[in-house]
Design a binder for this molecule. Structure first.
Ligand code: DAH
Length: 344
């Protein structure tokens, strides 16, 4: 009997199964009810008493070794079968290291989401624009300094007729004009997008950045409506304790115009280096749409009124995530981008 056990032990490595049937045949032959192991178990009963202990140990070793070999073969057959039957060439190799959304995308989506809930739909326009949409129809005088080379990137310029100039848009207010052109009134849109200005790149300025423009035109729109929408936005974005303040300002396309500050959410209004120790940070410009703009876009300013606002996505992101250098947004440094894995 010992010889049989040893033979089986030695033969273990020679056992092979190409598929499930062969595996089952092996199981029956060795581990089945009438298999080799059970035969030995039957024989074991007749082993004389003084040999029982040693034989028992040996038999147990065989049993475990057989079971182990069977499991090994089973594993191999299962994964082989997987290859044959369910081979999925489109499957991504694992582990997959997931990318992140860009922080500006995350914040832009948050902003659009808030205004979406307030009834604004999204409108978009081209980045390569003309003077008409970026300046003229927004009530910029022909000699307004914003048209100057220092600010605007010209794609194609005609000094004798500025209105024919093709330029990179310097603000998303141009999408206001496009929205008004195709408008069915009332109109309530937010316009996200990239804008370009001819500025030296530094921690605080860049030649391109991102804005979101808002525009609401209806028969009965007031400055109070604007203020309430902006307050709601500030609190949704920066928390319910956030305060806002509006300072009088000037933009060619709004009258009256204002700039809005929020209580600095980094120091809670106490004063820090981010808010230059004032407790407030400016986040957007806004105002009532100048009647000239409505008229320039064929909207009767005696019947309709509107408000508009424009905010910088980088600025909001800096505040929200304490980013202190604009260049980080376009350097694609994964150490920076990975920090936003948890954000969305
Ligand atoms: N277009 C302005 C800028 O780029 C931002 C702005 C200010 C937009 C006031 C507006 C507004 O709609 O009413 O600085």
């Amino acid at each position: 009997m010992l010889e049989k056990i040893n033979q089986l032990m030695e033969g273990l490595k020679e056992l092979h199964a190409q598929n499930a049937e062969e595996l089952e045949a092996l199981r029956i032959k060795y581990l089945g009810r009438k298999g080799a192991l059970n035969d030995l178990m039957a024989e074991f009963r007749n082993v004389p008493g003084e040999q029982k202990r040693e034989m028992g140990i040996r038999l147990n070793q065989l049993k475990n070794a057989l079971q182990e070999r069977f499991n090994e073969l089973k594993q191999a057959v299962v994964s082989d079968d997987g290859n044959q039957d369910d081979l999925d060439l489109t499957r991504t190799p694992y582990p997959v290291s997931l990318g992140t959304r860009h922080p500006l995308t995350i914040v832009q989506n948050q902003i659009l989401d808030i205004f979406g809930r307030l009834g604004f739909s999204i409108a978009e326009g081209p980045e390569v624009e003309d003077d008409l949409h970026v300046f003229t129809r927004l009530n910029f005088a022909a000699d307004h300094p914003a048209r100057d080379m220092q600010d605007t990137f010209f794609v194609n310029s005609d000094e004798n007729d500025v209105t024919r100039n093709v330029i990179l848009r310097t603000h998303t207010s141009s999408v206001q004009v496009r929205a008004m052109e195709n408008a069915e009134l009332p109109l309530r849109v937010v316009c996200p997008g990239r804008v370009y200005r001819n500025e030296a790149i530094s921690a605080r300025a860049h030649c391109f950045f991102h804005q979101i423009e808002g525009l609401y035109i209806d028969k009965d729109v007031s400055f109070a409506d604007l203020k309430q929408v902006l307050l709601t936005f500030a609190r949704e974005m920066f928390g319910p304790e956030t305060k806002i303040r509006l300072r009088p300002s000037y933009f060619p396309f709004t009258e009256p115009s204002a700039e809005m500050d929020i209580s600095c959410n980094i120091c809670g209004g106490k004063g820090c280096s981010f808010c230059k120790h004032t407790g407030w940070v400016e986040i957007l410009g806004c105002g009532m749409v100048d009647p000239n703009v409505l008229e320039a876009n064929d909207i009767d300013s005696k019947v309709y009124k509107g408000y508009a606002f424009g905010l910088g996505v980088e600025r909001i992101t800096n505040l929200k995530y304490r980013v202190n250098d604009l260049r980080l947004f376009s350097e694609n440094d994964l150490r920076f981008l990975d920090e936003f894995k948890a954000a969305y």
